[in-house]
Design a binder for this molecule. Structure first.
Ligand SMILES: *Cc1c(COP(=O)(O)O)cnc(C)c1O
Length: 472
């Protein structure tokens, strides 16, 4: 046993190796590399101890094993830790893939804000201190029709701020049909508890009536919270009360706050295109509704943010709350959101240039054109078939909507679908995420841009070349 350990290369031998030297760059100092070398040697020693028979008893072999490990480590260390991913699943708002892609103008605005000093809290008119709220408020008011607005870190933060600032130690009525859980860790009941507001459940899972809310208000509820059931549908024998109807309860109690958590923040009426029935923000801000909150990076198609819009009286209180400082957004988010909202102030054509909107409304013909262009680059070694299918909007929105699409079903030349899909994900850049099903792997070009098609073609060709080299 001890004989085999003698075959492990000493650190100074490795340091003298040309492959080791090639790894030393300005970013990877020799001290760092030496530390990694010691760690890799230690881990190899451990492996040899546990499985001595899996190694060739040869110094050159061990040297190669260590150097390969080091090369992998250096490559991983040098590569950014957020990787570009091509989303060929067709799911537009893929939460795991970072939700919305920004528009070109939003990207430009972010870069500019990041690179330069800005008037984030400086009033250019007067030369005095300004407010970061003001920067974005006008824009939100313009596109939503709200009286006032503010922006925080995400919609969960927006909900929390509203409850904490306006309903702590107060009773908040929520329909039992709307006590939702969104994407793993956001539960209306938990966030309510965290905020110190006390939840008063009204109605039943499938039916809640105006008189249910009325009773809660009579019993002292000071806020009614409506929660958009973003990620599921209840069908059949159901009844809900919309926030406009709820406003009638204000006759009974003037101080009553009507608040709706919308989730997605739709500013483009997808239902006009025959897609879903998501309420738009301006519609939700009906007379009598005090506040609405929504995400910046769901169907709105902007950066991660939570937008609170509604009555000035309440927004002013929210802005003054200590938490507003805790939950505030940075200049890059504000820049991206500003540029995104500006597009909504423009024409329908402009709005359809927002990647999220563009991808949701994309026609089957558009998608088929991209798919056909892609397929014509491959010989019959690849089995490719164009199939009808459906894409999801995703991100916990429009759960009942299936968008008709065209899928390219692929079987690679070596017919090893699992291996190929792993290779697309892990080997080389950019990482390509595809759909997997029993028959194979398929690509939905709904969420793939024209430039990305070229990148996918290149990666597929690389795979074919690797197969050829292996065969030779
Ligand atoms: C998505 C969603 C949230 C959470 O929003 P984030 O921006 O992800 O924090 C809250 N409420 C509803 C109804 C949602 O759909």
């Amino acid at each position: 046993m001890s004989e085999i350990f003698k075959l492990l290369p000493p650190v100074h031998d490795l340091q003298a190796h040309s492959r080791f030297k090639a790894l030393q760059t300005g970013d990877v100092t020799s001290a760092r590399l030496t530390e990694w070398t010691r760690a890799e040697l230690e881990s190899l020693r451990q492996q040899v101890r546990e499985h001595p028979n899996t190694f060739k008893k040869d110094r050159a072999h061990f040297t190669d094993v260590i150097l390969t490990k080091l090369e992998e480590r250096v490559a991983a260390w040098l590569s950014p830790h957020i990787h570009k991913v091509i989303n060929a699943t067709g799911t537009v708002l893929h939460t795991n893939l970072g939700r919305a892609r920004l528009s070109e103008s939003a990207v430009h605005a972010v870069t500019k804000a990041a690179k330069h000093y800005t008037d984030l809290e400086y009033d250019i008119e007067t030369g005095e201190r300004g407010s970061r709220h003001q920067i974005i408020e006008e824009r939100v008011k313009e596109v939503t029709g709200a009286e006032a607005a503010m922006v925080v870190n995400n919609n969960a933060a927006a909900v929390y701020l509203v409850l904490k600032a306006l309903a702590q130690d107060k009773a908040v009525a929520v329909s039992r049909g709307e006590l939702v859980e969104i994407g793993g860790s956001f539960r209306v009941s938990s966030i309510m508890e965290e905020s110190g507001a006390s939840l008063v459940e009204v109605g039943t899972t499938n039916k809640t009536h105006l008189y249910d809310y009325k009773q809660a208000v009579e019993n002292g509820a000071q806020m009614i919270m409506k929660v958009h059931t973003s990620n599921f549908v209840i069908s059949g024998f159901t009844a809900t009360v919309d926030s406009q109807e709820l406003a009638s309860l204000k006759e009974q109690d003037e101080g009553l706050i009507i608040y709706e958590d919308l989730g997605s923040g739709v500013l483009f009426d997808f239902s006009d295109e025959g897609i879903g029935k998501e309420p738009t923000v301006p519609d939700a801000l009906a007379p009598g509704v005090d506040l609405v909150t929504f995400s910046g990076d769901k169907l709105l198609g902007g950066p991660q943010a939570g937008i609170i819009a509604g009555k000035k009286k309440w927004i002013d209180q929210l802005k003054k709350h200590q938490l507003a400082r805790v939950l505030r957004v940075d200049k890059m988010t504000l820049a991206a959101l500003d540029a995104t909202l500006k597009m909504y102030a423009g024409s329908k054509e402009l709005i359809e240039q927002l990647p999220v909107v563009r991808d949701v409304v994309a026609s089957v013909e558009d998608i088929e054109r991209k798919a056909a262009y892609f397929m014509k680059h491959f010989s019959t070694k690849w089995k490719m078939e164009l199939l009808d299918g459906f894409s999801q909007v995703g991100g916990g929105t429009m759960p009942e909507v299936s968008l008709p699409t065209k899928l390219v079903q692929v079987i690679p030349p070596d017919q090893k679908i699992e291996k190929f899909s792993t290779w697309l994900r892990k080997k080389g850049e950019p990482c390509i995420i595809t759909r997997r099903n029993e028959e194979g792997l398929s690509l939905d070009f709904r969420t793939v841009t024209v430039e990305e098609i070229e990148e996918i073609i290149l990666r597929f060709q690389t795979y074919e070349n690797e197969l050829r080299h292996q065969a030779e």
